[in-house]
Structures are given as C-alpha cells and as structure tokens.
Design a protein around this ligand. Structure first.
Ligand code: DQA
Length: 144
C-alpha cells in the first residue's frame, strides 16, 4: 500500500475565503477529505499537513524520509523562493508532484518560476482543487 504525504504551504489554510476569485471557494478541509477518499479508493494511505512555517514543512519532509513513498505538495509562495524546501525534497529522495490551484504561468511574472519544479516528477497547475486530484493520480501512477 503506497503511503502519500500531502503538504500545503503558507496561507493555504485560508482557502475558501482567501482571494476566492483566484483560488475558489473550496476549503482546505474539503480538499484534504477528497484526497483521502481518492487515496482510499486507490488503495493508498494518505496524510495531510499544512503549515505557514517553512521550517515545519521541512521537518515534516525529513520525517517522511523512509516512512512515506511519495509527496504531493502545494508549496504556496515558497514555490518561488525556498531553496531550503528544495534541498529538503532532494534529501528525502522521495518522488514529488508539485500542484497549484491557479495557473502560475498566467499570473505575475514572479510566480512563473518555481525553484522546485525541476526536482519534481511533474507539475499540475491551474485546475483549482482538481490540480490536487490529478496530481495524486499522477503520483500514484508513478509509484505503481
Ligand atoms: C499557489 C500559487 C502561489 O504563487 C501562491 O503564492 C499560493 C498558491 C496556487 O496554489 O495557485 O499561495 O501555490
């Protein structure tokens, strides 16, 4: 049974009320429940963790090393800046799928670059909550 860790970065706890014109009305709890249901149907186990703190996300990735089989991550704004998160992902030696609710390529210039994408198996961006669903499907495919 593959074990998947889902990580949500800064400000994603506010989903549902945060800039709904960009991120929609679905809450993080609803996204996590849908992922849990999807994992169950696919015969995988899944745990979710959100933090507004870079170090906490890094600690969680360290704990995943040797415990989980793959990571699904929406790093929020850390996508564009965090070499520390990138290094933690590399150190984990786990396959990672990066997801974004919005299409980061259709927004401000500074969102077009991810410091993580080149160490990810792949990226899903722009499909709202479906980005997570598609990302999990792709990660489980990759693991099987
Ligand atoms: C995001 C895109 C990032 O640029 C932004 O900082 C976020 C959310 C997304 O899911 O679309 O916090 O990762």
């Amino acid at each position: 049974m593959p074990r998947v860790l889902v990580l949500h970065g800064p400000n994603l706890n506010l989903l549902g009320t945060r800039e709904p014109e960009v991120y929609g009305h679905t809450t993080l709890a609803e996204i996590d429940q849908a992922l849990l249901d999807q994992a169950k149907v696919a015969g995988a186990t899944l745990e979710s963790f959100q933090s507004n703190h870079e170090g906490e996300l890094i600690d969680r990735i360290h704990a995943a090393r040797g415990h989980d089989d793959g990571l699904l991550i929406n790093p929020g704004a850390l996508t564009h800046t965090s070499i520390a998160l990138r290094d933690a992902i590399l150190a984990s030696e786990l396959p990672v799928v990066e997801v974004h609710l919005s299409n980061v390529h259709a927004r401000e210039e500074f969102r077009r670059h991810s410091v993580l994408s080149d160490v990810a198996v792949g990226v899903v961006t722009g499909f709202g909550p479906s980005s997570y669903r598609l990302g999990l499907e792709a990660l489980l495919d990759h693991l099987s």
